[in-house]
Design a protein around this ligand. Structure first.
Ligand code: PLP
Length: 395
């Protein structure tokens, strides 16, 4: 791998130079007023990016997985029923964690490449007249398959079923790069990590809790210690942490939220939509398809490119690193060998995306796939030059 090339793994993402510098700080006293000037703006910035006015934000030194644990351990009790769909590696892993915590998971198995089965969820919730289901888990963007799910639609289905389960959402590979409407969707807990849309190194689990989720935490009995939101809240009040905070990362997070808000959230989301569309245009130009089953499921932060049957997609990833020093994502779990992933979340420009598309097609040509060099690049260029959205309709 080359340190000069952008990465196209779907997290960690490329880190803007200014954010790297913001993380590189001398030691300060993390119980001093100086820390308060980092902590509170970072929290406020996260709240704005998630459109979560009024929500409580808790940021732990951990990765996104720690955010999953924060969400369930603070809101649920042993034996509680939760409803979840398994449609990719990340939803699969969150379900496993729930079982390890002694929750009873009602698991809806969908084909990978599909989104959340919203109408199936509605049926299950409507049938649960006793209100035994305490939480619905949703992976907003399945990073393994490049599938975005309709969280707003899920909220409507929950309301239509008249069910008051908590809505816990994994927004790890969407928040900061794709629109996430915590309040409008009435999300109860949202989870992300610092190394995806916030463009930082790994090291922070970033969560938002609704009033309802905070109320649930008062009676929730799952054990929690490190990830206790009560301990975190108590310490935020005195401008500190229950333990030593990751000060440099928090300073970087403060800066990252400023960058996103300065660019404008709508502009950030439009940039990711445009870049993603170029990547998909390239995919079609190669005679391939995104793994996501239908266009409404196409993710704007990662494209899982379905390679021809009988071809091992992971060889593209290995070849790209060895030959061109560029990193792409391999297929995970059920789709190992069937797809390779082009991550396009976090800090990325059209020009950077073109370099990834160019290298991907060199790799595929090198490995004997029937690829016309420049075909994907030209298709993406057309999108990036003209913002030409009709290209997808033609594909
Ligand atoms: C990356 C990712 C995670 C896991 O985050 P870690 O920081 O690796 O613990 C969870 N969910 C989704 C959708 C992700 O993309």
């Amino acid at each position: 791998m080359s340190l000069q090339n952008p990465v196209f793994i779907p997290g960690p993402t490329n880190i803007p130079e200014a954010i790297r510098k913001a993380c590189d700080m001398p030691t300060i006293d993390h119980r001093s007023p100086m820390f308060a000037k980092i902590l509170h703006p970072a929290i406020d910035g996260v709240r704005q990016v998630m459109k979560a006015d009024g929500a409580e934000i808790f940021i732990f030194p951990a990765s996104g997985t720690g955010g999953w644990e924060t969400a369930i351990s603070n809101t649920l009790s042993p034996g509680d029923k939760v409803l979840a769909a398994r449609n990719g590696m990340f939803s699969h892993k969150w379900i496993n964690m729930c079982r390890q915590f002694g929750l009873e998971v009602i698991q809806v198995d969908g084909p990978w490449g599909e989104g959340l089965p919203v109408s199936r969820f509605e049926e299950i919730l409507a049938a649960d007249t006793a209100g035994e289901i305490k939480a619905v888990l949703a992976t907003h963007n399945e990073t393994a398959t490049g599938v975005v799910s309709d969280v707003g639609g899920l909220r409507k289905a929950m309301d239509a079923a008249g069910h008051d389960a908590l809505l816990l959402v994994d927004g790890v590979s969407s928040i900061g790069s794709m629109d996430f409407r915590f309040n409008e969707w009435k999300v109860d807990v949202a989870v992300t990590g610092s190394q995806k849309g916030f463009m930082l190194a790994v090291g922070l689990a970033i969560t938002a809790f609704s009033e309802k989720a905070v109320a649930a935490s008062k009676t929730a009995k799952l054990p929690r210690s490190f990830f206790s939101i009560d301990d975190m809240r108590a310490n935020y009040k005195i401008n500190g942490y229950p333990y030593t905070p990751a000060v440099g990362l928090l300073n970087g997070l403060k800066y990252a939220t400023e960058m996103l808000l300065e660019e404008g959230l709508d502009e950030v989301f439009a940039r990711h939509a445009r870049i993603a569309e170029g990547v998909r245009a390239a995919t079609f130009a190669w005679g391939m398809k995104p793994f996501a089953a239908t266009p409404d499921l196409y993710s704007n932060t990662v494209t899982a490119v379905r390679t021809p049957d009988g071809f091992d997609a992971s060889t593209i990833v290995a070849h790209a690193v060895e030959t061109y020093g560029m990193a792409f994502g391999t297929g995970l779990g059920d789709v190992a060998g069937k797809v390779f992933r082009i991550g396009h979340l976090g800090m990325l420009t059209d020009a950077m995306a073109l370099s990834g598309i160019a290298v991907a097609e060199m790799c595929m040509a090198d490995l004997g796939l029937d690829i016309t060099l420049g075909s994907g690049v030209a298709a993406a260029q057309s999108v990036y030059r003209h913002g030409n959205h009709s290209i997808m309709a033609a594909a």
